[in-house]
Write a protein that binds this ligand. Sequence first.
Ligand SMILES: NC(=O)c1ccc[n+]([C@@H]2O[C@H](COP(=O)([O-])OP(=O)(O)OC[C@H]3O[C@@H](n4cnc5c(N)ncnc54)[C@H](OP(=O)(O)O)[C@@H]3O)[C@@H](O)[C@H]2O)c1
Length: 306
Amino acid sequence: MPRAKLQITFIGGGTMTCAILDGLTHSTSASSSAAQTSNYEYALSILVRRPEHAVELGERYSSAYITCDALDSRLWHTAEESLVEGHIILICTKPQDTREVCETICNAYNAAPTPAVLPTIATMCPGITAATLTSWLGPPRGFHIPFPVVRTMPNTPVSVGQGATAMFAPPQTGKLELQRLIEFFRVVSPCVEVLEEESLLDVAAAVSGSGPAYLFAMYRALVAAGVEWGLSEHAARAMVGQTAVGAGILTTNKREISLSAMIGNVCVPGGSTEKGIRVLSDRGLPEAVMEAVGKSLEANHRMKQS
Ligand SMILES: NC(=O)c1ccc[n+]([C@@H]2O[C@H](COP(=O)([O-])OP(=O)(O)OC[C@H]3O[C@@H](n4cnc5c(N)ncnc54)[C@H](OP(=O)(O)O)[C@@H]3O)[C@@H](O)[C@H]2O)c1
C-alpha cells in the first residue's frame, strides 16, 4: 500500500536539523524497523537564512528542498500540488530566535494563496511553553482553531538513529498531529516518551537533551585515565566507546535489574572496581551530577523569561 506523504519543514539548518537528517539517512540505509513500518513517506524541506548555508546543505542532503525564502510557495502549497496529507514544521533555531520564527511562520502561512493544510508547529527548545508558542503564532488564516503545537526534546544521538526524545502536546493539539510526530521521531529515536506534564519537558531537556554531554564528559575522563596509565588513545577510546554502547543496551534492555544491582554485578566485594567506585562516591559523583542537572534546569526555566 502506498504510504501517506507528510511534509517536514526544518526551520534552521544547524546541529539538530543535521542530526535528524543524518539519522533519517542512517535509519533508512540500515532498514530500521521504525523506518520500514512507518505509515508515512517524508518530503523534507529546510528554511535557512544564508544562501551559502543553503548550498552547503544542498550538497549534503540532496533529497531535501532548501530555500532561504520563507514565502517560497513550495513550503506552503502542499496539499493541492503533491497530495501531502500533513505538514510538520520543526523549529530548530536557538530558543531566543523562536518568537521571530513563529511570526515568520504565521505571516508566510497567511500570505500563501492556498494554505490547504494547517501545519503542526513543533519546537525542540526548553523553557518556551506551548501557550507562549500559540500566542506568538497567532491565529491561522482560514481555520477557526489555533496552530497545533507540540514541544519535543530530542538529543544528538538521533544522528545515528539512537536518540531519546521527550514530547509534550497541550490538550488542544489533536491526537493525529501528536501521533505523526511520534512516528517521525521514532525513525531516529527508539525512545520517545510522551510526558503528561509540560514542566517535565524542561527536566527531560536537562537529563537527556544535555545528557550526551554529561556522558561524553565521563567517557573523556575514562579515556584520559587509560592514556595516563599507558593505553594508546586509540585503544582507550575504542574500549570506552564499546563499553558505553554495551552498558547503554544493558541499561535499556534489562530494566528489571536496578542500576545499583548493575554496578554491584561489576564490583566483586573488596575487588578493584569496588575500590574505584568508592572513590567516585567519596568524591561526590552523584551530588555533582544532581547539581549539574539542577543548574541546567534553572537555565531552562530562565528561558521562559527571556
Ligand atoms: N544541540 C543539542 O544537542 C540540542 C539538544 C536538544 C535540543 N536542542 C535545541 O535544538 C534547537 C536548535 O539547537 P542547535 O544546537 O541545532 O542550534 P544551532 O546549531 O545554532 O542551529 C540553529 C540554526 O538556526 C538558524 N536560524 C536562526 N534563526 C533563523 C531564522 N529566522 N530562519 C532560519 N534559520 C534560522 C541558524 O542559522 P545561522 O547558521 O545562519 O546562524 C542556525 O543554523 C535549540 O532550541 C536547542 O535548545 C539542541
